[in-house]
Design a protein around this ligand. Structure first.
Ligand SMILES: CC(C)(COP(=O)(O)OP(=O)(O)OC[C@H]1O[C@@H](n2cnc3c(N)ncnc32)[C@H](O)[C@@H]1OP(=O)(O)O)[C@@H](O)C(=O)NCCC(=O)NCCS
Length: 131
């Protein structure tokens, strides 16, 4: 990946490090350990993380990476064939989970802004409307 000049998706966080871990990732790992018999995808991702951590302490398995591999482990443990898993992933199920979790965050921000009487933040249109 380094030779290709590409980042490994699901690895790296701007603030969180191995010494200051992301609580969400901790909870996801606990969930997987508790609920799944085998976690081949998570194990692989953690093996990748152990390599990237040799370079820098923020090259951890991030929350998006953890969601992705644990979701695959859940599908793998279910009754789906490999072909069906491929269809689910190609259809964008992971993008759906990403959008769902971001929506919860956005609702949280909106409720906070209203609670604190801050008025709702409106991002400048010219920055988001590419016409
Ligand atoms: C968080 C992030 C911006 C890292 O920022 P940073 O700490 O400023 O890292 P730098 O850009 O200074 O890179 C430091 C080194 O780590 C490497 N590196 C950083 N992120 C990496 C990754 N995801 N995979 C592999 N190597 C990575 C860089 O190539 C660089 O290596 P070098 O010193 O040999 O050139 C980056 O890891 C990232 O974008 N990760 C998220 C990728 C992802 O999961 N995206 C999808 C979810 S939204």
């Amino acid at each position: 990946m380094k030779r290709k000049g590409e980042l490994i998706m699901g690895i790296g966080h701007r603030i969180k490090t191995v010494q200051n871990p992301d609580k969400r990732v901790e909870l996801l790992k606990k969930f997987a350990g508790r609920e799944l018999k085998k976690t081949p995808y998570l194990d692989f991702a953690l093996a990748v993380e152990s390599e990237t951590l040799k370079k820098k302490n923020n090259l951890i398995l991030n929350v998006d990476g953890a969601v992705a591999v644990i979701f695959l482990d859940i599908l793998k443990q279910g009754r789906f064939s490999d072909e069906e898993v491929r269809t689910i992933i190609d259809a964008g199920a992971l993008n759906g989970l990403f959008a769902l979790s971001r929506s919860i965050g956005m609702i949280g921000h909106i409720l906070d802004q209203k609670r604190m009487n801050e008025g709702l933040y409106r991002h400048p249109w010219d920055d988001i409307l590419y016409l």
